[in-house]
Write a protein that binds this ligand. Structure first.
Ligand SMILES: NC(=O)c1ccc[n+]([C@@H]2O[C@H](COP(=O)([O-])OP(=O)(O)OC[C@H]3O[C@@H](n4cnc5c(N)ncnc54)[C@H](OP(=O)(O)O)[C@@H]3O)[C@@H](O)[C@H]2O)c1
Length: 365
């Protein structure tokens, strides 16, 4: 079969992983790269050894490049909405980096454009393809911990100038909140582990959240990649700590946090409690192993690095190509990923109202 032609839009850090993932899949071919600056698009093409492809600094022109079937939106989050709407209207399938958009209004616009165009989407909540996540999901589906009643996940990372995307996301206007910028990965993990099926994420119905911490507005920051302190850093404009409680429609209760304030190397702890067992990261206590005297450790790649080189983009892209080939929707399509964003926006509403927020099933439909 003819390979799917891919346009990469936004030639930065994450685009390198998208390009590598498409290159390892024989059913896809990167045919063009576009970015704000031509030089960046050219740099990524050269780095990947891609010759004779289209290089653009104009997205509309790039969308008209011959043979583009899929667009990977790798731009900063504040331009995702306009990019996704334009690509959908051009009839392209979409891989959308997280977070998908900045507000419920943007997400509604994007969803409408995707629905009207009839194109397929996957949002890069890439941890769903992390080997430990997949192992745990299969164990849950197989009843290893019985009926899950509580899930917990935390995104612990002192995000800052070490990340190329920081300057775009540290502001209130373009970043919005720590939970939106990156804590959404932990919210998505809650949804993923709160649902019993192997390819299913749970529906949040109620959220209560608090925000705080100490780092907002400060010019001193920590760089966990070098274990060094930075003075005169450009300050983060929102709270660096958010803690939320989430109720799901199947009765599971979730607890999730994001810490941009923590002084430590990156961690992403997971806890899953069932009525027949418990999971702490890669350690399992299960009624399936009745004589067990200590935690069983699963030898799997854990979600313990913020380096995107560790993220399972290959598996995500393979999954999406499989969906396209079979004409089916991804479990992580835009409609599903919007439910993860709903928790983030409900948390923001809590900070204003100081009351629990109910999420209506039809909120973004
Ligand atoms: N799924 C994950 O685990 C994961 C991990 C990291 C990042 N991300 C997400 O990926 C997205 C990009 O992050 P990143 O780390 O790759 O950031 P980045 O290194 O800053 O790359 C973004 C690139 O987009 C280009 N760009 C900026 N504004 C643009 C515009 N208006 N039009 C076209 N191109 C524009 C810039 O290229 P120029 O050089 O041309 O200006 C920039 O290099 C964000 O949404 C981020 O949250 C996801």
């Amino acid at each position: 079969m003819k390979p799917y032609g891919v346009l990469i839009h936004g030639a930065g850090w994450i685009s390198t992983q998208h390009i590598a993932a498409y290159r390892q899949n024989p059913a896809t071919r990167v045919v063009a790269i576009s970015s704000r600056r031509l030089a960046s698009a050219r740099r990524e093409a050269d780095a990947a050894g891609l010759e004779g492809i289209g290089i653009y600094d104009d997205f509309a022109q790039a969308l008209r490049h011959k043979g583009v079937d899929i667009v990977s939106v790798c731009t900063p989050q504040h331009v995702h909405c306009e990019n996704v709407v334009a690509a959908a209207q051009a009839g392209k399938h979409l891989v959308i980096e997280k977070p998908a958009g900045l507000s419920p209004r943007e997400l509604r616009r994007m969803q409408r454009a995707v629905r009207e165009a009839g194109v397929k989407t996957v949002v890069s909540f890439v941890l769903r393809w992390n080997p430990l996540f997949q192992m745990l999901k299969r164990m849950i589906a197989g009843g290893a911990v019985g009926r899950v009643y509580c899930v917990e996940a935390d995104y612990l990372s002192h995000n800052g100038g070490w990340w190329s995307g920081w300057n775009d996301t540290r502001t209130r206007k373009n970043g919005v909140s720590a939970m939106l910028v990156a804590g959404c990965h932990a919210v998505d993990a809650l949804r993923w582990f709160a649902a019993p099926g192997e390819s299913e994420a749970a529906n949040p119905v109620e959220v209560f959240a608090l925000a705080g911490g100490y780092r907002k507005g400060r010019a001193t920051a920590y760089d966990p990649t070098r274990n060094a302190w930075i003075r005169n850093a450009r300050p983060m404009e929102y709270d660096g700590l958010e803690e939320a409680l989430v109720r799901f429609d199947n009765g599971v209760i979730g607890k999730v946090s994001v810490h941009f304030d923590c002084v430590m190397p990156y961690r992403f702890p997971i806890r899953i409690f069932g009525d027949r067992g418990t999971i702490f990261d890669n350690r399992v206590w299960s009624h399936h192993f009745p004589g067990q005297t200590d935690w069983i450790e699963l030898p799997a790649i854990q979600p313990d690095s913020s380096d995107v080189g560790h993220h399972p983009f290959n598996a995500q892209i393979d999954h999406f190509v499989d969906c396209l080939r079979r004409g089916i929707e991804s479990h992580c399509n835009l409609a599903d990923a919007i439910k993860t964003h709903q928790v983030v926006f409900a948390a923001l509403e809590c900070y204003r109202t100081r009351r629990p927020v109910r999420i209506a099933a039809a909120a973004f439909s």
